[in-house]
Design a protein around this ligand. Structure first.
Ligand code: PA5
Length: 398
């Protein structure tokens, strides 16, 4: 169950006539969205993919004790976010999934290579373009290790490539080396690729991907709620509320807010437009950023993700979830009293169906929001600018 409250702690900030004008753009926004060539994630799902992934997962688990997943940005955040939410904080790992290739840390890479020396592992390299520097560097280092450890023939079996169907360096390698591969379809961009193999293969080690996909498709019916949320955010931006703070009450949801930051930040942040997404994990961050939110520069609004039940755990005869929930309600009231408009998204529990629905809701809303800001929701031309500087500057040290 998911419920949305974009009214109770919002209404007093909203001018009904201006909001009406935004709501009236719905037909136009939906038409633009439906005409986009990048909404493959709303189209029919190929169920055979799930069976392939589950079969591969089982064979990897039987044959190895570790899978290394390489990727960055849209080829990393979705699965890492959900993996965090669906695994125990303290875990005796019988099978390990390690994420890497999301930065250029020589400490991380050298320690990873050292750690894998005695492990029996597979690699899943994920990159739609096939050229992303961070992922490529980690991939090259692991291939060198694998070649030495397993030999060229055995290595082939242990590499799984998830990339574009026909173009890019990784696809060429799949063809020349005969690696097992999955496709990130042309009509799905990186940050919208949650229900492709880019995320479903790693996630199959942590959760029920069938239920996740079903939840996601159910969530695609939340068009009206997603549009309302987009309108509220667009309205607040016009009132100089330039920062949206996503608030979560469970530390393992931190990476979910990282996924949200990429989704909204890369979708809207163009042509000098867009809301800057940030996040706080409560109650930890109430003891740091809470001061700024309550009394600082009033450019912030918030979206709280409230989960009703996690565990039935009592301390001194009091249910800890009840305390956390009372704190959330109190924080919303306190921040609202400090002129911070607040949205609330309520979920009865974290399960695959709810999270799939929630992801679909946010992906729809981010796309609609792009159109409300009059920018193209599905590209990210600004990301290329730093890459060009990197290329130019790296050539000077080669
Ligand atoms: O949303 C996006 O498109 C980006 O964040 C990409 O996912 C990211 O740059 C990684 O790209 P690739 O999958 O080509 O390695």
């Amino acid at each position: 169950m998911i419920k949305f409250d974009f009214n109770t702690y919002m209404n007093s900030f909203i001018n009904k006539n201006t909001m009406k004008k935004l709501l009236e753009r719905k037909e136009d926004v939906f038409e633009k969205f439906n005409n986009s060539s990048m909404i493959g994630w709303t189209k029919e799902f190929n169920k055979a993919l799930l069976a392939d992934i589950l079969e591969l997962r089982d064979s990897i688990k039987e044959d190895a004790d570790c899978l290394v997943v390489l990727g960055i940005g849209g080829s990393f955040l979705g699965s890492y976010a959900l993996k965090e939410m669906f695994t125990k904080y303290f875990n005796d790992k019988s099978f390990e999934v390690i994420y890497a290739g999301f930065d250029l840390s020589s400490k991380y890479l050298s320690e990873l290579v050292e750690y894998l020396e005695d492990k029996n592992f597979y690699v899943n390299v994920i990159s739609k373009s096939g050229t992303t520097m961070e992922t490529s560097i980690f991939y090259d280092a692991l291939k060198t290790l694998m070649k030495r450890k397993y030999g060229a023939w055995e290595m082939k079996k242990r590499i799984i490539v998830t990339t574009d169907d026909s173009t890019g360096k990784l696809r060429e390698e799949v063809i020349s080396e005969g690696y097992r591969s999955f496709i990130i379809p042309d009509n799905i961009g990186g940050r919208y690729s949650l229900i492709t193999a880019a995320h479903l293969l790693p996630l199959s080690f942590f959760l029920d991907i069938n239920r996740l996909v079903n939840g996601f498709y159910d969530g695609l019916s939340l068009k009206d709620d997603a549009y309302n949320y987009a309108c509220v955010r667009r309205y607040l931006f016009a009132c100089k509320k330039y920062i949206e703070n996503y608030c979560v009450y469970e530390s393992n949801m931190y990476y979910y807010t990282e996924w949200l930051k990429q989704l909204f930040g890369e979708t809207e942040g163009k042509n000098k437009q867009g809301i800057f997404p940030v996040s706080t994990v409560h109650t930890r961050d109430l003891h740091s950023l809470g001061q700024f939110i309550q009394e600082g520069n009033p450019i912030i609004f918030e979206t709280f993700i409230k989960i009703l039940n996690t565990k039935d755990f009592y301390v001194n005869n009091r249910n800890l979830d009840d305390i956390n929930s009372v704190v959330l309600d109190s924080v919303v009231k306190a921040h609202y009293s400090g002129a911070v408009p607040c949205n609330i998204i309520l979920m009865d529990e974290v399960n695959e169906k709810n999270i799939g629905m929630l992801c679909a809701f946010f992906m729809l809303s981010a796309s609609y929001s792009g159109y409300l800001f009059d920018v193209e929701p599905f590209d990210q031309p600004g990301v290329e600018v730093y890459k060009k500087f990197v290329r130019d500057n790296l050539s000077s040290i080669e």
